[in-house]
Design a protein around this ligand. Sequence first.
Ligand code: NAD
Length: 482
Amino acid sequence: MSDTWFDASKCLIGGKWVSPLGGETLRLENPSTGEELSRIARGQKADVDAAVKAAEAALNGEWGAMTAVERGRVLQRMSAAVLEKVDHLAALEAADVGKPLKQARADAIALARYLEFYGGACDKIHGETIPYLDGYTVYTLREPHGVTGHIVPWNYPMQIIGRSVGAALAMGNATVLKPAEEACLTALAFGAIATEAGLPAGALNIVPGLGAEAGAALSNHTGIHHISFTGSVATGELIQAAAARNVIPVTLELGGKSPQIVFDDADLEAALPFLVNAGIQNAGQTCSASSRILVQRGVYDKVCAMMAARYKELVVGPAEADLDIGPLISARQKEIVEGFVAAAKPENILAQAQLAEGLPEGGHYFAPTLYGGISPDDPLAQAEIFGPVQAIIPFDDEADALKIANGTVYGLVASIWTRDGARQMRMAKKLKVGQVFINNYGAGGGVELPFGGVGKSGHGREKGFEALYGFSTLKTVAAHHG
Ligand code: NAD
């Protein structure tokens, strides 16, 4: 894809668009058609080295010298520039990730909102003074880590860049971003927008490439001072091991098996759109997808019927057709998802969505599938499928619901549907997750709300003010003046 404002086959290093030193490019696929969308740079260790050096130089140059207010203004300008290009960014993301245009548009708006929020927060975060011994004045300084690495996945590039790179820049870090090889056009477009909006050279460097090459080079680099990663548990383990060797802090966001828990007294009409959408949005390729629906036995048949009816209305098609659901990201992802379906019992299928007529042959289309009567230890109730597959699991009472909800290796988010206020409080306390939603799911994805997991969903928090603490370090200054 040739574009007038960025060259997809290059890396952004030190404010300049440069070809990867190895001179190689990778094929970027349009998941709706299977056709080549663009060529992207195959960045390698040497490119990552150059990017880390450029980031270090930025810290010692114009970027490092900026005040918090000035940084905030740059981020606000970047936010406004993203909003100006919303339609363009949405079209890029839709073609690259395969998500329906309206979802891609919402992601672009979210990116602008992250930059607005973090731009506004730059000069509102500060250290403290601490009362201490007579003759001392003690205060803390909140400072950037230095060079931060950001390895992002293909499912929500714009949103994840916004919450991770946006917060890191707000605290004055200089960043090196490694977008996913499956989808990286909006990362590069973001680089062009940031440069045009006046982000000093080297504050944001982008090296596309393969995980095992550019990704591994970045996570193992001795010149980075923090790494943030969103993706699979297997890769997260490698990133954490690399961070341990370099003794640097790491933020991991590794997905989940998030439940929605529907009690007999729930408002089912209000719950229905959330129960379904949270499972099929972005074709189920969402870290906080709700792939488990726990339903109390008194309303079990009703919920199954309501969800099945909704599934039958859903239509899957190419991203630009802007239907309910797009294709999966790749042939590999489709194979993974179909593998779960092949291993499951067909008699448990309650409903499937429809595939639109005349789908492009090379697209990675999969009909969302709803299962009922699933036991808590079934693979459909335990594994992160990362596709539009939901499992309905019956439960008896509150204790049973909690045991099932907490009974996976993950702990990202959970929701509770009940009108009983005391039960809402009890459940919210006992659920082992990073976010609990009461009578909703996702709370509209607000950038203000700290987000992250426990268990194999990862650790560290992004979004909200909490991210700013994560992307900074605290220095204590104790002055003895007698
Ligand atoms: P992945 O974790 O391998 O890739 C995510 C990012 O990590 C990409 O940018 C990739 O290039 C990079 N990466 C890969 N190997 C690396 C390495 N050795 N060192 C450093 N960086 C590396 O995920 P995937 O292969 O794209 O998808 C596989 C599974 O991961 C999915 O089926 C899903 O279960 C999960 N996943 C989760 C999320 C999430 O949002 N939590 C996102 C994408 C994938």
